[in-house]
Write a new protein. Structure first.
Length: 273
């Protein structure tokens, strides 16, 4: 965080808080009109892309141009890909059971409860998690080894996330796999290649914001928070609670970090096929 224009960064932080809130409020209005709160999942990536775009514009003349462009491009690419994927996956489906269960517990008005807990809560998370994107754009330090390490982590994460999503979609599209457990491709190495990839992406963006080997503590909150959300928050934990009802689930594959598939007694990789 060397050579940072703190005044300009402070303005950026305020504007991006408003940007994230605006995206989520627009999504809230659309969701209420359609009676479909799962739209907020599509807005998640879009909100990050909007924050990255706004930051790139506001940081002009304040940070290293190469770093600014790299951070904006990687964040926008990740956010748009994720939103397009979720929109395609959810097309033709009704409400997500997670939101139905959440709102069934609402103390009072369901709509206002959704606004507070889901939409404004996600706006706050977008702002917090995007701290490396904002901070990196105001650093005048040129790109160095940490930035390139971050780019490598980001690229690896994107491969895990995009390839994992594609493999799962293809598996589900085959009627022969109905009710089966995906244990092929990347899914043979980890039960959640997309979540693992998401975590790597934000560790990569964190290193893009670092200009020295000493930890950049304020922005370290971002990858730590995202990893916790994916592993013990609303990601892996909730999905596995649902999937645990299927026989054989979680018996052969690593829970998060990619590891070689466990083998059967005969020494061949286990499979549900």
């Amino acid at each position: 965080m060397n050579g940072t224009d703190w005044g300009a960064l402070g303005v950026n932080l305020a504007v991006c808080a408003g940007t994230a809130t605006a995206v989520l409020l627009a999504t809230f209005a659309a969701a209420v009109r359609r009676g479909l709160h799962r739209l907020v999942d599509i807005a998640w990536g879009l909100a990050f892309a909007a924050v990255a775009a706004v930051t790139w514009l506001l940081s002009d003349g304040h940070g290293d141009d190469s770093r600014r462009l790299l951070v904006a491009a990687t964040t926008i690419l990740w956010g748009l890909r994720l939103s397009v994927h979720i929109a395609h996956r959810s097309r033709g489906h009704g409400e997500d059971p997670r939101y139905t269960a959440l709102l069934d517990k609402a103390p009072g008005n369901r709509t206002l409860y959704a606004l507070r807990t889901v939409y404004l809560g996600q706006a706050a998370l977008v702002w917090l998690i995007s701290l490396p994107v904002q901070d990196a754009s105001y650093s005048s330090a040129p790109l160095g080894i940490l930035a390139y390490c971050g780019l490598a982590l980001w690229a690896t994460g994107l491969v895990f996330e995009a390839v994992g999503d594609h493999q799962l979609a293809r598996f589900k599209a085959d009627p022969a796999n109905r009710g089966g457990i995906m244990e092929q491709g990347l899914w043979a190495w980890t039960r959640h290649p997309n979540y693992f990839g998401d975590s790597l992406i934000w560790w990569g963006l964190y290193f893009l914001a670092c200009t020295a080997w000493q930890p950049s503590l304020p922005v370290l909150l971002s990858p730590v928070l995202m990893t916790l959300l994916l592993t013990i928050g609303s990601g892996k934990r909730l999905l596995e609670k649902h999937m645990a009802q299927r026989p054989g689930y979680a018996a052969r594959t690593s829970g998060f970090l990619p590891l070689p598939p466990r083998r059967t007694a005969r020494g061949t990789p286990a499979s549900t096929k």
